[in-house]
Design a protein around this ligand. Structure first.
Ligand SMILES: [Zn+2]
Length: 307
């Protein structure tokens, strides 16, 4: 038995597979990213706490003797176990290495990949159907978000993606849909563009706001920022069914049908949630180029708005 495995056994350290699973679960808890272990003692301690490691287990170190250079290298056994587990997850393509993540987000972090995300959900017994709403980052989705934010706003924008398949539930579709959602709601600072509502779930995980397609998905509307707006659930629905539309100057036009609606409709207590906002300009993204494209809005006025 080698010196290291001897130590692992003597100290009753967790096995590699146990550490790998703990890492995936911790990544999920931290929205898909954790710092490099060398710069993130809190994470190192957090995972050690998961295993209720005692002081001896946390600080035990290994000595590697380099005879030629006549020196001894000491490394903490627990750090080594963590790094090995992360390295093996990276080899299995379940996480991206800090160097790869850095190229994407400028932060040296381990990040879940789509496969790693699925595995974490599986370990935690969370249905994969919840993925669309969870804010958890994945390498593939971050890549889409980066692209959506970096693309230059086209003058002659075509809001249709003619090759789009509307009835697919593939992995590729899930990644694109989540990239669209996260890029849009972030651009609008998680607020409804119509009423300004900004609301999180009590555990701070989920945002109430939704990313609406202006030309809808079922009409092959593109999944990019210029064909998207962030709306609360209510105003997303009202926009989709044509209760209101937007002019090119982003001012709200309300359907004339609203005047025929019973006085007690569309209200939250005394407050009318639709009609008084006619003529108001919506809340726009801070970055002007992320605003809805007139070509998408034109389609909505012609095809969705109920005059
Ligand atoms: Zn709203």
């Amino acid at each position: 038995m080698s010196y290291e495995s001897d130590m692992l056994k003597k100290l009753v350290m967790p096995t590699k597979i146990e550490v790998e699973h703990a890492l995936l679960k911790t990544l999920f808890k931290h929205n898909g990213v954790i710092k490099e272990f060398s710069s993130g003692q809190e994470i190192v301690d957090e995972i050690a706490n998961e295993f209720s490691l005692n002081d001896d287990q946390r600080v035990a170190f290994l000595e590697t003797i380099y005879r030629k250079e006549n020196r001894i290298k000491k490394s903490i056994l627990w750090h080594r176990l963590l790094f090995r587990a992360a390295d093996s997850l990276a080899k299995e393509k379940l996480v991206s290495r800090p160097t790869s993540t850095f190229a994407l987000t400028s932060r040296r972090e381990w990040m879940l990949t789509e496969d790693g995300y699925n595995k974490a959900l599986d370990l935690l017994n969370i249905p994969t159907a919840q993925k669309l709403l969870l804010p958890t980052k994945s390498y593939e989705v971050e890549k889409i978000i980066k692209k959506l934010n970096e693309n230059l706003r086209p003058q002659n924008y075509d809001p249709f993606d003619k090759s789009k398949k509307t009835l697919i539930t593939t992995k590729e579709y899930s990644i694109r849909a989540r990239g669209f959602r996260q890029a849009v709601i972030k651009a609008y600072d998680y607020k409804c563009a119509f009423c300004g509502l900004k609301l999180q779930s009590p555990n701070s995980l989920l945002w109430e706001v939704e990313a609406a397609h202006i030309v809808p998905h079922c009409f092959k509307g593109k999944d990019d920022i210029w064909n998207g707006i962030a709306f609360c659930h209510l105003h997303h629905w009202a926009f989709d069914v044509g209760w209101f539309t937007l002019q090119d100057d982003f001012k709200i036009t309300i359907s004339e049908k609203a005047n025929l609606m019973s006085a007690n409709y569309g209200k939250f207590f005394d407050r009318d949630l639709l009609r008084p906002l006619a003529g108001n300009k919506i809340f726009l993204p801070e970055k002007e180029e992320s605003s809805p494209h007139p070509n998408s809005l034109l389609w909505h006025r012609k095809n969705r708005f109920y005059h």
